[in-house]
Design a binder for this molecule. Structure first.
Ligand code: ADP
Length: 248
């Protein structure tokens, strides 16, 4: 497949279902890569539920010149999202092929400048749009995000197989919302279970990239548009995201 001029690698961050923290991970991994000195772009391809505007605290619209759209720069990375072009409360009701063509336009017609890595926050699931995207984008590799819960893991396995079927290398699985450390008593609780993603990774023969705890700071900073990798760069969470960024 033809590479995209100026973009060295494209990393897909995917999940079998929504709500497992895929966008939070994609954003923090992108920022982690930037902190390592890479030139990074983040494409929020979750067209039905774009989250980059909120997660990155971006409220303006991208500049458009002729048929070129320029990504918005924040915290040292370049960001593009369908969310920049719509109001928060208005749902997008598009059929699969329209989603795919919008995304193709986003990867090919956005003026990314030169990038070492484009992080693609994929739409959740394994439907037609995701499959076509995986087939039509020159992906370098994919990272699968899952909670430790059985149901999420079953869906994550489907996601993993989708990439395998189209010959996209799997960089590994991340277990998100892993152990919860109570801010009051300091005791750990495994609300969604623990270690399921690591076990699955071993069984499926793909690397396990790390476990991110379920923590209030991660949620609060995501909601505030100040992801932990930039707002608390020395925190344990930020270090975990950065370690994952190093591995991919
Ligand atoms: P997805 O992209 O899979 O739909 P999001 O990244 O939007 O999921 O995350 C869903 C919700 O969970 C958001 O409110 C986010 O702030 C929160 N969240 C994600 N990861 C964590 C975590 N490790 N700890 C606490 N909250 C998290």
């Amino acid at each position: 497949m033809a590479p995209i001029p100026g973009i060295k690698t494209i990393l897909a961050v995917a999940s079998g279902k929504g709500g497992v923290g895929k966008s939070t991970c994609a954003t923090n991994i992108a920022l982690g890569l930037a902190s390592l000195g890479f030139r990074v772009g983040l494409l929020d391809a979750d067209i039905y539920g774009p989250s980059a505007p909120k997660l990155m605290g971006i409220h303006e619209q991208p500049r458009i010149e002729g048929d070129r759209v320029f990504p918005i720069e924040k915290y040292g990375i370049k960001v593009m999202s369908m969310g920049f072009f719509m109001e928060e409360e208005n749902p997008v009701i598009w059929r699969g092929p329209m989603v795919v063509s919008a995304l193709m336009q986003f990867t090919r017609e956005v003026d990314w400048g030169g990038l070492d890595v484009l992080v693609l926050d994929m739409p959740p699931g394994t439907g037609d749009a995701q499959l076509t995207m995986a087939q039509q984008t020159p992906l370098t590799g994919a990272v699968i995000i899952s909670t430790p819960q059985d149901l999420a893991l079953i869906d994550a396995r489907k996601g993993l197989n989708m990439f395998k079927n189209v010959d996209v290398p799997i960089y590994g699985i991340v277990e998100n919302m892993s152990t919860f450390i109570c801010p009051h008593c300091g005791k750990p609780s495994d609300i969604f279970g623990h270690g399921g993603a690591e076990e699955d990774a071993r069984r499926l023969g793909v690397p396990f990239l790390g476990a991110i705890p379920l923590h209030m700071d991660i949620r609060e900073n995501s909601d505030a548009g100040t992801p932990v990798v930039v707002s608390q760069p020395d925190s344990t969470h930020a270090q975990i995201y950065k370690k994952i960024a190093i591995k991919v």
